[in-house]
Design a protein around this ligand. Structure first.
Ligand code: SF4
Length: 470
């Protein structure tokens, strides 16, 4: 059978898709990148806010068309939409032949082959280093899930309902997978989980993430390597973690730490605690410990009860904090979230205006911070032709994460070959609001990184920037 996969949502969902593809291939089935050609289509869905739900349902209906026009016999739906609407999918979407929850990835072969699901309790699932996985990202970088689920009580978030309680992958399993990835042309590993800073707490490890990062940085490779972790929780950012990042060259100087708001009142209603003053002290400690660190955060505007005063406090905080990267998200009133039951809901127009205002503040900050980089030299990872034109290649600095941050456009490729996966020296010559332009100033060396991903998927809509959770 030929099976095609669509992957929606966040990088954690993408890794789930890659694990399902690995299971399919190791069961002897083949993968196809064209929906017309697929005997079975699997849509791995996202469902944490309205736009993501809508996109998932639209994509399911789009793929269902191939059962009429193409070869497709079966349509299988996986992921967070199943966790939220398992029964509704069965009753309202007759086009769907089978569903797979986030803890049932190892059932994908049976569901594609049309076997009826066994009536057995669903247990928490987490892949490991021996699990077959087919990477779909460009060969030079990879995501690696180090944990699943979440125990935090954020009132706006529904993810713990879908992904279950927090659980870490075994330490050696993560180390082995990293070794395999670096041996398989990967130059950059991005560690992910709902909250990476909780890593190891359930394994009895103190400062588990710092210990893990230290060990990952020691992995011997024939090439330079970058190790990044995304999604850290502010009150889990320890001095040991910061010292570990500062002390290890392979650990990129990049902190992704969603704060969600700065008003003490709003953070209290979000059940996240803390406040803007404490966050400013934390940012100061981070910048003091890790010189040149880039800090990314995300904020939610329009949370129930957010007053004009709360919002202006958030704007003043963003001005004072001077983040390198800041994503702004409109509050989404999910009926399965605790905040759904809060009073003082903010109207859509106000939410829209607040989002625009905070994004405008950040655009100016980002442009100013980028301008300050003109004339400096930095190491970049060459990514390949840019999305806009094959003639213009792009690269990323270590302070630019894949898929969510800006890039560096290459105005002059310098001497020698230019290839994906090369680490090169770049001199920044121009700055835009989010992106940079620069010339390569060293001699390019051939690299052994094959240009194409191991396997493309049918369509991957990374719900743009939609990562306000954590
Ligand atoms: S926002 Fe993040 S940390 Fe909070 S409950 Fe959701 S997944 Fe957990």
């Amino acid at each position: 059978m030929k099976i095609g996969f669509v992957s929606l949502g966040c990088p954690k969902n993408l890794v789930d898709t890659e694990v399902m593809m690995g299971n399919i291939a190791s069961a002897g089935h083949s993968l196809t990148a064209s929906p017309e050609d697929a005997d079975v289509i699997v849509v791995n869905t996202c469902s944490f806010i309205d736009p993501a739900k809508k996109e998932s349902i639209d994509t399911i209906l789009e793929m269902a068309e191939y059962k009429k026009s193409g070869k497709a016999q079966r349509l299988v739906v996986a992921g967070c939409l199943v966790e939220r609407f398992r029964n509704e999918i069965a009753t309202t979407l007759p086009e769907v032949d089978a569903v797979i929850g986030t803890n049932e990835l190892d059932k994908v072969v049976a569901m594609c082959e049309g076997l009826s699901p066994k009536d057995e309790p669903i247990t928490p699932y987490l892949y490991h280093d021996l699990t077959p996985r087919i990477r779909t990202t460009p060969r030079h970088f990879s995501y690696m899930k180090i944990a699943e689920g979440c125990d935090h009580p954020c009132t706006f978030c529904v993810i713990p309902h879908y992904r279950g309680a927090f659980r870490s992958r075994r330490f050696e399993s993560v180390i082995n997978e990293a070794k395999n990835l670096f041996a398989d042309d990967v130059r950059e590993i991005n560690l992910i989980g709902q909250d990476t800073t909780c890593y190891g707490e359930d394994l009895g490890l103190k400062d588990g993430l710092a210990v893990l990062l230290e060990r990952l940085a020691q992995i011997e490779t024939e090439h330079q390597k970058w190790i990044r972790f995304l999604y850290c929780y502010p009150n889990r950012v320890t001095q040991k973690l910061l010292d570990t990042i500062a002390a290890n060259e392979a650990l990129v100087k990049y902190i992704d730490m969603p704060l969600q708001h700065a008003s003490r009142e709003v953070l209290k209603r979000m059940k996240r605690g803390s406040n803007g003053d404490q966050f400013l002290k934390l940012l100061e400690r981070i910048r003091k410990t890790i010189p040149g660190v880039a800090i990314r955060t995300s904020m939610i505007v329009g949370f129930p009860g957010e007053t004009d005063a709360d919002f202006s406090e958030l704007c003043q905080f963003a001005e004072a904090a001077q983040f390198d990267r800041l994503g702004v998200f409109s509050y989404s009133d999910e009926d399965t979230s605790a905040s759904f039951h809060l009073d003082a809901k903010v109207d859509a127009k106000t939410i829209y205006n607040r989002k625009r205002k905070l994004m405008a503040i950040q655009r100016k900050i980002s442009a100013k911070r980028n301008k300050a980089l003109i004339g400096t030299e930095t190491t970049v990872l060459v990514e390949g032709p840019s999305a806009d034109s094959d003639l213009v290649w792009q690269a990323r600095m270590s302070t630019q994460a894949p898929d969510i941050d800006g890039v560096c456009y290459i105005s002059d490729p310098g001497d020698g070959p230019l290839a994906k996966g090369q680490f090169r020296r770049m001199k920044i010559t121009q700055a835009h609001d989010y992106d940079l332009v620069g010339e390569l100033i060293d001699e390019g060396r051939p690299v052994a990184v094959p240009p194409q991903p191991l396997f493309p998927i049918l369509a991957s809509h990374q719900t743009p920037n939609a990562l306000p959770h954590r």
